[in-house]
Design a protein around this ligand. Structure first.
Ligand code: NAD
Ligand code: 6OD
Length: 503
């Protein structure tokens, strides 16, 4: 059976419940089995409908070779305008295969259908269109150097691809985060070997068909499935013929990958974990703030790296915010992703649920008052084996608590009062992470003042997760190294060669 037939069988437009299928590695035009297979468990109900072929060392070698071989004509000699057109064509095919991608994303993650339709899939197409525009208009430095003898020299830079890029991505926004890296990597003329998360193998595999349909030359896009240590992830990061690694995932994994690539000194781009704060001032627009906080704490069941896990609230409105957020948490509807009423899906896996539930227990032992949630919801027999947890809020904790210091990556936040602006800034910055922050205030001077003092890569004022893809995305401290987005992505995915001509 070909991958196309598998895809139709699993993700065809009219199939709401995928039948059991196999997912293979993609090496050039070939679909390659591994020596072992692993189950992909559906987090909604614990069912196993998919088996994935794990790439062993030889499959990773083949994928890297296929990528290397593709870095010749026609890919290498393709003019930038043609490459940009190809990116737009990929976006068009994503639109054409919209329903298949929606079904695949839901099958892997159990996210509410509405969220996948509004965020994950449209954003995948948008990533390609945005980087088609960016690469079409991106210039490079050129300048004249005056020399002491009265003559001059012309300096100009030419942009070249890095080469073979390993793209290693997590499970929380699988398609969105893959295409966020893939679009600029292809825009710059690289070939890629993608390692999706073991939890979410489907959309990366489906994208291979989309790439072929759009006319991407063979071997430019390859996919290897598997895990990290002693598996596809490690084989890829230690591979001598990989020229750069772009990674999104946990900070500790970033650190392991950094060690793996260190001996051969290759560039890395790391988008890592966070423990993001919201600062809510008494002068905020309360309705807008409650809407924003509800979204920033609970979107995608709290499994977005930018999600708020610490909410600092100015004392005069503390009780009101706690009460209104609690109400909103109670109104979230957990359940079948295909139900239009569903706002909140399961966590990605039982293993992740174990971790999140351990923080629910830890919060209790650290003296928290659980104002809402704190346990496993009763959703009926069909969903009993799914990875569900209740949306949860705590009061009574402060920055000394582990629950307030460590990334949970679930639908949970600690609500903490403050008195002065200085105190709020100090508490928000009291963390080893530094990804994102959100400031809620109607005093715009305060908004700018506080946002600029946040030790993060991205600070929002009166909004959250509003993205212009030209803006720098990334974090400081444990939250990452480097920035992607707009020209920042082009800087990572290409190498300039400066040419100096004595005139
Ligand atoms: P993870 O680090 O466990 O895994 C991410 C990817 O790395 C997976 O594909 C995994 O198989 C692979 N991997 C694991 N160990 C590896 C190794 N030693 N070598 C090579 N590859 C390896 O992360 P996750 O659990 O999939 O995702 C959740 C984490 O990702 C959270 O910490 C979250 O904050 C972070 N995240 C950050 C951003 C960001 O933009 N900063 C975005 C999304 C998620
Ligand atoms: O929207 C994006 O570009 C992006 N990188 C989002 C990351 C979300 C983390 O989970």
């Amino acid at each position: 059976m070909t991958l196309d037939e598998h895809a139709v069988q699993s993700y065809g437009q009219n199939t709401s419940v995928p039948s059991k299928t196999e997912i293979l590695n993609v090496v050039g035009a070939q679909r390659v089995p591994g020596r072992r297979v692993f189950d992909k468990v559906n987090p909604v109900d614990g069912s196993v409908n998919v088996q994935v072929h794990e790439a062993d060392q030889s499959v990773v070698d083949q994928a890297v070779s296929a990528a290397r071989a593709s870095l010749t004509s026609p890919w290498a000699s393709m003019p930038v305008t043609t490459r940009a057109e190809l990116l737009r064509r990929i976006a068009d095919v994503i639109d054409e295969r919209f329903e298949d991608l929606v079904a695949a994303e839901i099958a892997d993650t159990g996210k509410p259908e509405k969220l996948v339709r509004e965020l994950d899939v449209p954003r995948a197409a948008h990533n390609f269109r945005a980087f088609a525009d960016i690469i079409s208009t991106a210039g490079l430095d050129s300048f004249l150097t005056d020399l002491s003898d009265g003559s001059s020299a012309l300096n100009y830079a030419v942009r070249k691809p890095l080469g073979v890029v390993a793209v290693i991505v997590p499970w929380n926004l699988p398609l969105l985060l893959l295409t966020w890296k893939l679009a600029p990597a292809l825009a710059c003329g690289n070939a890629v070997v993608v390692k999706p998360s073991e939890e979410t193998p489907s959309t990366a595999t489906l994208l291979a068909e989309i790439m072929t349909q759009a006319g991407l030359p063979e071997g430019v896009y390859n996919v290897v499935h598997g895990f990290g240590v002693d598996s596809a992830g490690e084989y890829l990061t230690t591979h001598p013929d990989v020229d750069g690694v772009t990674f999104t995932g946990e900070s500790s994994t970033g650190s392991a990958i950094m060690r793996a690539v260190a001996p051969s000194v290759r560039p890395v781009s790391f988008e890592l974990g966070g423990k993001n704060a919201a600062l809510v001032f008494a002068d905020c627009d309360l309705d807008k703030t409650i809407d924003g906080l509800t979204r920033s704490i609970f979107l995608n069941t709290g499994q977005v790296c930018l999600c708020t896990e610490r909410v600092y609230i100015q004392r005069p409105i503390f009780e009101t915010v706690v009460e209104r957020l609690t109400q909103r948490a109670r109104q979230l509807t957990l359940g079948n992703p295909m139900n239009p009423e569903t706002t909140t899906g399961p966590l990605i896996s039982q293993e992740h649920r174990k971790k999140v539930l351990s923080y629910f227990d830890l919060a209790r032992s650290e003296g928290a008052n659980t104002v809402v949630g704190g346990g496993i919801p009763q959703l009926g027999q069909d969903l009993e084996r799914g990875a569900w947890v209740e949306p949860t809020l705590w009061t009574g904790l402060d920055n000394s608590s582990r629950v307030v210091r460590e990334e949970i990556f679930g639908p949970a936040a600690a609500l903490i009062p403050f008195d002065t602006e200085e105190e709020a800034i100090r508490m928000a910055n009291d963390t080893k992470y530094g990804l994102a922050a959100a400031v809620w205030t109607t005093d715009l001077q305060r908004g700018h003042r506080v946002a600029q003092q946040m030790k993060v890569g991205m600070a929002w004022v009166n909004t959250w997760y509003l993205r212009d893809l030209r803006s720098p995305f990334g974090g400081v401290g444990l939250s990452g190294i480097g920035r992607e987005g707009g020209m920042h992505s082009l800087h990572f995915y290409s190498e300039p060669t400066n040419v100096c001509v004595q005139l």
